[in-house]
Design a protein around this ligand. Structure first.
Ligand SMILES: Cc1cc2nc3c(=O)[nH]c(=O)nc-3n(C[C@H](O)[C@H](O)[C@H](O)COP(=O)(O)OP(=O)(O)OC[C@H]3O[C@@H](n4cnc5c(N)ncnc54)[C@H](O)[C@@H]3O)c2cc1C
Length: 486
């Protein structure tokens, strides 16, 4: 890179939110450059790891047809209309009412127009048929929008093509190091590092769209707690909280739940950071159809407190609290036929008795047998119906199991070793309705914008499936529009 170059808008990151920001800044007439820390083949942070599901408002399958290729056979495929109120209710339900209502209203009201705008910029959409979310029991409907063609990798490819068609350059292996303000407090330049060293880009605005801090163990320990040190990272190793740190250094306010993150129980042998070929096969979310024990052979949580779709984030975190951050999911033959297909790829132990199973996995057999016997005394002799909260419970056993408390007594018994993983973090920067980053006094920092995972205040306690990419696109587009007008 040449020394001291000038652009109106510098976008940090080359994932979904960033590329939307770059496109809209260019539409607003600005000169734009995109910085991407990773090599081209790893571009897009967490985006390529997703199924690229987008949740947005629409009036049913007929309405969605206008976004689908002409030859799409919608046939039997059903999708109910998704209203503003549905979207609002689901955000509130998932976050226990803590989400920032003002920001969420922006996401809801602009969701459909943003999808249309992405479509007009070359993003192709398809029915979410590949993921088959319809079969995932949930109190919040999952199958409510569309997916980008060829999922996450396809989304990155289509947005990159769109950006390049506007003659916007993406500088790969080029990392934002710091941002500098001028005398009036406005953004004036950004310092970047590439293979040749450190350079400055003079600019009027910076859009931070460089993801969360999930892949930074030091920040995980600091904000999420020590048990997150060893959590497996489901997505990109490049999302290390650079944007959070750089923005805080120039006075940005923190916002949202910095102690919160999305995660899931995951195979103990999953890779340390995301591997595109494996990521989707690693979650282990059928724990509600059995019991979980720690290395001491004791149960530690209510495995049946709700559908896994609503509990897996919390359960993953509880597994990380156990000795060596791990646990075993134990099932019998009543449960095996109902396990998610993903279990097929696991290394597991199989035995004719609980005693033998305990010896195989290194748990004291007497303790595990006592745990299972005690559970079975209260549990029912019944079949599993995973799609229904069946109310079969063992309320006098500690910890209680609130649903699917069915005896574990049909050998062979199986133990799957699991740990906790992190998908992305919830805490981030405070923005206003135009994606301007606010300082501690709630004043906009002139020229600083943020979008995507780096934004705080959207998710608390849990996230809403397929709303992460959606809010990234909405605020990415707004950030670009406003930054571009500067
Ligand atoms: C396994 C998995 C499945 C998911 N499924 C879905 C789903 O179906 N739907 C949904 O809505 N959400 C899903 N999510 C969440 C979704 O991935 C994120 O919400 C979304 O990708 C965040 O987008 P972003 O643009 O903010 O950041 P990212 O897409 O993560 O991009 C951040 C970019 O910034 C770059 N970067 C970081 N630091 C720097 C720096 N200093 N300088 C330059 N560049 C930098 C990174 O390399 C990366 O390219 C999933 C996440 C995972 C991990």
């Amino acid at each position: 890179m040449g020394k001291n170059i000038d652009f109106d808008v510098v976008v940090v990151g080359a994932g979904n939110a960033a590329l939307c920001a770059a496109l809209s800044a260019s539409e607003a007439g600005a000169t734009v450059i995109v910085l991407e820390k990773s090599p081209k083949h790893s571009q897009g942070g967490n985006c390529p790891y997703t199924g690229a599901g987008f949740r947005f408002t629409h009036s049913g399958i007929k309405d969605l047809k206008s976004l689908l290729p002409e030859n799409t056979a919608t046939g039997e495929f059903q999708m109910a209309p998704y209203t503003d109120q549905d979207f609002r209710d689901h955000f509130m339900e998932a976050t226990h009412g803590d989400t920032d209502k003002e920001l969420v209203e922006v996401v809801i009201s602009k969701s459909r127009e943003t999808i249309n705008w992405m479509h007009s910029n070359g993003v192709r959409w398809e029915l979410p048929v590949n993921i088959n979310l319809e079969n995932v029991p949930s109190i919040i409907p999952n199958q409510v929008g569309l997916s980008a063609y060829e999922s996450g990798p396809g989304l990155v490819k289509m947005l990159t093509k769109a950006v390049e068609s506007k003659s916007i350059s993406i500088l790969y292996e080029t990392k934002m190091v710091s941002i500098h303000k001028g005398g009036r407090g406005q953004i004036e330049s950004i310092q970047v590092q590439d293979r040749d060293g450190i350079n400055n880009i003079r600019c009027k605005a910076v859009v931070l769209a460089c993801g969360g801090f999930e892949a930074n163990p030091e920040m995980r320990i600091k904000y999420l707690g020590t048990k997150w040190e060893t959590a497996k990272v489901r997505g990109s190793k490049y999302n290390t909280g650079d944007g959070h740190r750089v923005a805080l250094n120039i006075g940005a306010a923190t916002y949202g739940q910095w102690t919160g993150c999305h995660g899931t129980p995951i195979d103990l042998n999953a890779p340390r950071t995301g591997d595109l070929a494996l990521t989707d096969a690693m979650p282990r979310r059928s724990y509600n159809l059995g019991i979980m024990v720690n290395l001491d052979g004791n149960r530690f949580t209510d495995e049946g407190v709700g559908f896994a779709e609503q509990t897996f984030v919390q359960i993953g975190s509880e597994i990380l609290s156990q000795k060596r951050n791990m646990a075993f999911q134990i099932f019998d033959q009543r449960a095996v036929k109902h396990l998610e297909d993903r279990y097929g790829g696991s290394r597991c132990k199989n035995a004719k008795s609980i005693w033998e199973l305990a010896s195989l996995v290194g748990i004291n057999p007497a303790v595990l047998k006592a745990t299972v016997d005690k559970f079975n005394e209260e549990a029912e002799d019944a079949d599993y119906h995973p799609g229904t909260l069946d109310g079969r419970s063992t309320l006098s056993v500690y910890p209680a199991k609130s649903n699917w408390a069915i005896k574990i007594d049909k050998p062979p018994f199986i133990a799957y070793p699991v740990t906790g993983s992190i998908t992305y973090t919830y805490g981030g920067l405070k923005i206003d309705k135009n994606a301007r980053v606010l300082d501690l006094e709630d004043n906009a920092i002139p020229g600083l914008y943020a979008a995507g995972e780096i934004v705080g205040g959207i998710f608390y306690h849990n996230s809403l499936r397929a709303a992460g990419l959606m809010h990234g696109s909405v605020f990415g587009k707004l950030a670009g529009q406003h930054a571009g007008r500067l």
